[in-house]
Design a protein around this ligand. Structure first.
Ligand code: SF4
Length: 566
């Protein structure tokens, strides 16, 4: 499912995608899109049972956690409904609130759970008993089989299927990058590292779980152990959790990391954002920029899971110091002042999960993402993995013979330009981030997707047409941001932390090289280099006439600005 709203952290576009079973169930109910406008008078949930749609009272589940919400609603309308819901965080308009599907999958970032909360909408439940019509079923089935065979032969598939998301032996993302203690630039000790290896987590892994509809990978895992005479069972571990709770906040214990992940899901809090805010508070407290007067008597220490778990709860319910953190670290630091702004690591108001010292394409892709700092559009992981993309594929997809070293800047904007088109297409089609070929050799590429789409719809869609759709999406989102925010070129630079605090005292972003890379990136789009905004010509080429009219009306077309000045 792809969900789009206004971004409550940045003021620009907000978008998020989730796997699980809700999307396919919607299709079986004959629904492709749900548009929710306005606000209910009291808390409600929507039940969609094929073509029967009810808006039902939800005041009896006010402020309930996700697990209770799902249980109560399913008891009322049927166990076979698929659900998306918000927890107390969404109802309390916490800016890091997310939407949860299947008790475990988060539509994360951008505070979209708060948008749902602002509409007094607690949940949407759907049950479909229809069929999904395919224009050319035989051809479609054949291509699905071919894609599955192709995937099954890749190393990435084998790793994901065997180990789930924790497919590396150690958690660093493809290189020595770590947000250790709120992006301090230091790296964890060997002792800390050893505590959160895959082997340590897998002591509690009891099996793989069927999760996203028809996916041959099945990357979800279930973890379970006995504690105080009771079994604790937790579905799914996000790779991000190890970085967020482990490296960023200092919790080096697999069971506590799993519990933190489950707690935030149940509260309906997005862990990437919230760990950014809590990391900010921990660093500020350590540097004495925040005191117990600010925290209302709470002592903040790295890795103190008991206090941090209670703080997560306080954020979700906006209690005491939690109310300040519920605003996100940018707003919180602006309110507190006293130099705390330096400790908030964000891009355009959205806290970073990503580390940006190395891998310029990954970093640029993260910084220019239309929804604020995130790696799911434009960023590319394989840059740091030698040999993960063949020279032939690199030339064909990116127009460069080699994706290069993770410290090199040359031509890296080409990777970003390609990836943002491709990942926009994945989001439009509802294809999982993990199965595309640019992250790992041999997985799905644009041609596979255009073949699937052509067979499903009966229209012939070439790979280049598909990528054009991705480019239109990027321009549409970018134009939305131009209209709704004051962002310009200066907002496409990384946080100072990645320049002033080198990783291991060695790696930092080179701002001169970044500027040239940004110029080249704008050139690829045909955007204005001074403002970073789309120009009339490039929007015309993409047939975005309505967008031109809107930008023109609000004097947000770069050329119009020049004319006005003259
Ligand atoms: S690989 Fe993607 S689609 Fe498949 S189970 Fe994992 S998250 Fe779901």
């Amino acid at each position: 499912v792809s969900i789009d709203t206004k971004n409550v952290l940045t003021g620009g576009i907000g978008s998020s995608n989730i796997g699980g079973t809700f999307g396919p169930e919607m299709k079986l109910a004959g629904i492709s899109n749900i548009v929710i406008t306005g606000k209910a008078e009291n808390l409600v949930y929507i039940s969609i049972d094929d073509d029967k749609i009810d808006i039902r009272d939800a005041t009896h589940i006010k402020k309930k956690k996700i697990s209770e919400t799902e249980t109560i609603i399913k008891k009322e309308i049927g166990n076979d409904f698929q659900m998306m819901s918000i927890g107390p965080a969404g109802e309390n308009l916490v800016r890091s609130a997310c939407i949860i599907i299947n008790n475990a999958r988060a539509a994360a970032r951008c505070g979209i759970g708060a948008v749902m909360g602002s509409k007094n909408l607690k949940a949407v439940a759907v049950r479909g008993r229809g069929n999904i019509e395919i224009a050319n079923p035989k051809r479609f089935e054949k291509i699905v089989r071919e894609c599955n065979e192709k995937l099954e032969n890749t190393d990435a598939f084998k790793l994901l299927r065997k180990y789930g998301i924790y497919f590396n032996e150690k958690p660093w993302i493809e290189g020595p990058q770590t947000p250790y203690r709120n992006f301090s630039g230091d790296i964890p000790t060997d002792e800390e590292e050893e505590k959160i290896t895959r082997e340590e987590f897998f002591k509690y892994r009891v099996g793989r779980k069927k999760c996203c509809n028809a996916c041959p990978i099945e990357c979800w895992s279930t973890y379970s152990w006995k504690e105080n005479g009771k079994m604790v069972t937790i579905d799914q571990l996000q790779y991000n959790s190890i970085h967020n709770f482990g490296y960023k906040l200092g919790i080096f214990d697999p069971k506590l990391i799993l519990k933190a992940h489950a707690l935030l899901n149940d509260l309906g809090l997005d862990e990437d954002n919230i760990c950014g805010s809590v990391g900010w508070a921990l660093e500020c407290y350590e540097k004495k920029l925040l005191t117990q007067e600010d925290t209302e008597g709470i002592t903040l220490e790295w890795g103190d899971s008991k206090t941090l778990f209670e703080l997560f709860r306080k954020i979700a319910y906006r209690e005491g110091f939690g109310d300040l953190l519920a605003e996100g670290c940018k707003r919180a630091s602006e309110k507190v002042g006293r130099g705390t702004e330096e400790c908030c690591i964000h891009v355009k108001g959205q806290e970073l999960f990503e580390t940006l010292w190395l891998s310029p394409a990954w970093s640029l892709g993260t910084v220019i993402s239309p929804r604020g700092g995130t790696h799911t559009r434009g960023a590319i992981m394989v840059e740091a993995v030698k040999g993960s993309v063949s020279k032939k594929q690199s030339e064909k997809l990116f127009g460069i013979p080699d994706i290069g070293e993770m410290t090199a800047y040359k031509d890296k904007e080409k990777l970003v330009f390609f990836m943002e088109k491709f990942e926009s297409v994945l989001d439009c089609l509802g294809v999982c981030f993990f199965v595309h070929g640019i992250h790992r050799k041999g997985m799905l590429i644009p041609k596979d997707l255009s073949n699937l789409l052509s067979a499903a719809t009966g229209s012939d869609i070439s790979p280049s047409n598909l990528l054009r759709i991705g480019e239109r999406t990027t321009n549409l989102e970018k134009s939305f941001n131009v209209l709704h925010t004051n962002w310009n070129r200066k907002d496409d630079y990384p946080p100072k932390r990645f320049v002033d605090h080198p990783l291991s005292g060695e790696f930092r972003i080179d701002l001169n090289k970044w500027s040239s890379m940004l110029d080249n990136y704008y050139d690829l789009h045909g955007w204005d280099k001074k403002t970073g905004w789309p120009k009339r010509e490039n929007l015309e080429k993409l047939d975005l006439k309505e967008v031109i009219d809107k930008l023109e009306k609000y004097r947000k077309l770069p050329r119009e600005k020049e004319k006005i000045k003259k």
